[in-house]
Design a protein around this ligand. Structure first.
Ligand code: ADP
Ligand code: ASP
Ligand code: MG
Length: 408
């Protein structure tokens, strides 16, 4: 019998009514004869509330206790969804990450899944049960609870789908699929019917929060098709699968943004190249992604960081400063990144020029511009980022041409 994995995000489980509604979607798949594994996020904004509680108690909570705290959100969801299924006469069992056999490394707060022992899940499926697994969590080799980074339930779902050789992984969320930009802020964004793992990875890495970037890597290795679809509206959603097809047209596939970015400048060093390498190694060991730019004509390295990573990076930098690898650290907040995403961007210098022209024409001040093989990124004032994304979306010809707007 074929196995499918279904994943429900926080908004889809935001109330007991919604949990009952999602249980119906699970039942529908069991009726089609599938073995079903369900992965759930915490209800609504529970994880944010838990983070806030920790902040009220401690200025620097230890990661072990944070993971202990944050993992409770998903535990509420597994038990309630399992009860909802049982109430409808469906045999179901709930599992925490550890009970589901999800082994991670020990980078608490942002752990990577290393292995999954699926034997317990398979036993329960063989008994005809639906298995409901807590997303976003696993267990380290020391037996501690770990979490996979914000949005990490998607990764639990695709990693389980890969380990179980599932026919597909359905990600249910609050939009109808993947769009050319975030439809919440760019109303003329259009839904993409299907895209390759590679293109999805580019969008997700640069800020399209609809799918956790690591989720794509697990699915790609084992070629599991991912369907991203709405929990509330009918529709085919977006299929993420296979490789990119060269269509010969414009290489731009979307516009992404990250609202809360901080800039940290490091200066007073002698060898910028080896400092950059040392920094990249340290950040990688903590699973932190950062853009690092060398300012032309200045002895400064600029790091662009997600707000949530800033404290950790500052403590790494302070250790390096004590070792006299450089002498100054300067921090700036209130910034955002907006990126034009495409394939082989480096061989299209016109995209960077066009991007700057569009932003300038719309009086959006560009503080920095950077380029990689998948994107051109501009740093702008946070207050201007949504306007910037909208103008770039229009400027690069991505606007929806039909009269209808994206349905949320
Ligand atoms: P869930 O709780 O279901 O995991 P998320 O909030 O993590 O949901 O992800 C869904 C959200 O991703 C949408 O509400 C939307 O605002 C945002 N988003 C950002 N970029 C995109 C994009 N390119 N396409 C679709 N949604 C996007
Ligand atoms: N509950 C976690 C978060 O809010 C994980 C997830 O939703 O995927 O980040
Ligand atoms: Mg999510």
């Amino acid at each position: 019998m074929s196995t499918i994995v279904q994943k429900f995000g926080g908004t889809s489980l935001g109330s007991t009514e919604r949990i009952k509604l999602m249980a119906k979607k699970v039942i529908l798949e069991t009726k089609k004869g599938h073995d079903v594994v369900v992965v759930v996020s915490a209800m609504g904004k529970t994880t944010d509330t838990l983070v806030q509680l920790a902040r009220e108690i401690s200025t620097k909570p230890r990661k072990r206790e944070m993971d202990m705290l944050l993992s409770t959100g998903e535990q509420v969801s597994i038990s309630l969804l399992t009860m909802a299924l049982q109430q409808e006469g469906i045999e179901a069992i709930s599992f925490t990450g550890r009970q589901a056999g999800i082994q991670t490394d020990s980078v608490l707060g942002n752990a990577h899944i290393e292995a999954i022992d699926t034997s317990r899940i398979k036993n329960e499926l063989a008994k005809g049960k639906v298995v409901v697994v807590a997303g976003f969590q696993g267990v380290t080799s020391d037996g501690d609870i770990s979490t996979l980074g914000r949005g990490g339930s998607d990764t639990t779902a695709t990693a389980l789908a890969a380990a179980l050789k599932a026919e597909r992984c359905d990600i249910y969320t609050d939009v109808q699929g993947v769009y050319t930009s975030d439809p919440r802020f760019v109303p003329r964004a259009s839904k993409i019917a299907s895209l390759s793992y590679e293109d999805m990875l580019s969008l997700a890495t640069m800020g399209a929060g609809v799918l956790h970037p690591r989720a794509i890597k697990h699915a790609r290795v084992h070629q599991v098709p991912i369907f991203i679809k709405s929990s509330f509206e009918k529709g085919k959603g977006t299929l993420v699968y296979g490789q990119s097809q060269e269509n010969g047209g414009t290489p731009v596939i979307g516009v992404t943004f990250e609202e809360n970015v901080q800039r940290v400048d490091v200066s007073g060093f002698e060898d910028g190249k080896s400092l950059r390498t040392a920094l990249l190694q340290k950040l990688a060991a903590h699973h932190i992604q950062a853009d690092i730019y060398k300012q032309p004509y200045e002895c400064t390295l600029t790091l662009l960081l997600k707000e949530q990573d800033v404290q950790e990076v500052l403590s790494i930098l302070n250790e390096m400063k004590i070792k006299r690898l450089f002498s100054h650290i300067e921090q700036k907040s209130g910034l955002s990144k907006v990126s034009v995403i495409g394939r082989n961007i480096k061989s299209h210098p016109d995209i960077k020029v066009e991007m700057c022209k569009i932003l300038l024409k719309n009086k959006i001040r560009v503080k920095m511009v950077g380029k990689s093989s998948i994107s051109v990124t501009a740093v702008v004032q946070k207050s201007q980022v949504h306007n910037a994304a909208e103008k770039l979306h229009t400027g690069f010809g991505l606007d929806y041409v039909v009269m209808e707007q994206a349905v949320l």
